[in-house]
Design a binder for this molecule. Structure first.
Ligand code: DX5
Ligand code: ZN
Length: 223
């Protein structure tokens, strides 16, 4: 099995929270294997979303891999609680960290996988030194804070660059793309080297199971 197999991670930020269980069942039925949790604090990003109580409830009711994206300042203060609440992978933003190695180690010591995210303004070079220590690099292809934004075209280059470093050095790190991914650009992201695909509005607007199936059909020849 290719260590960089494709994972599809619907972002529940765009789900209908009054029927979250149904939304999650739908994406699972459609073939998703990950669930992406966008945690926002109104500080690192302009908006506020949800946190541990929601994650805890979901973790009890699903077998999907829980991919938690912390868009918060001082994430080291909350990492432990997110892992205890059920996170399988915790991604923190490089822009929020004074000592990235320390937080990566903190996440690993808690028994979870560690991801590192970079914003559209952050050059790819800045994440390079950390690639050997992380389980996943996350490239933000919109300005974090809201679902439903348009993909920023310069993200293509960043994905290709980071994918080439991962490949050249034979690293196990996954590469996640997050923001503005739709049925008409998902294949490009995968062909550039992304293997964990986040999609929010494009999944939960309409029939989430059908939409998930369509996404997976688009990338099935890469699986
Ligand atoms: C943005 C979040 C994304 C977002 C993606 O701040 O990190 O995960 O929910 O939503 P879409 O797919 O609608 O761009
Ligand atoms: Zn996200």
């Amino acid at each position: 099995m290719d260590i960089h197999m494709i994972h599809f991670a619907p972002s529940i930020l765009s789900a209908d929270f009054t029927q979250l269980q149904k939304e999650i069942d739908d994406v699972q039925r459609g073939g998703a294997d990950y669930l992406h949790f966008d945690v926002m604090d109104g500080m690192f990003v302009p908006s506020i979303s949800f946190g541990m109580p929601v994650l805890k409830c979901v973790a009890k009711k699903t077998e999907l891999f829980l991919d938690v994206h912390l868009m918060i300042v001082e994430p080291e203060r909350y990492v432990e609680e997110f892992v205890k609440s059920g996170a399988d992978l915790v991604t923190v933003h490089l822009e929020t960290l004074k000592e990235p190695e320390k937080v990566i180690k903190q996440i690993h010591d808690l028994g979870a996988k560690a991801g590192l995210a970079i914003n559209p303004e952050t050059p790819a070079e800045q994440i390079r030194p950390y690639l050997p220590m992380i389980d996943m690099a996350l490239v933000m292809s919109v300005h974090p804070g809201f679902g439903g934004q348009a993909y920023i075209p310069s993200s293509d280059e960043k994905i290709a660059q980071i994918a080439s470093w991962i490949r050249e050095d034979g690293l196990p790190a996954d590469l996640e793309i997050d923001g503005g991914i739709k049925l008409d650009n998902v294949e490009r992201a995968v062909s550039l080297g992304a293997n964990v695909i986040v999609a929010g509005s494009a999944v939960f607007r309409g029939d989430a199971a059908d939409n998930t199936r369509r996404f997976l059909e688009k990338v099935s020849h890469h699986i």
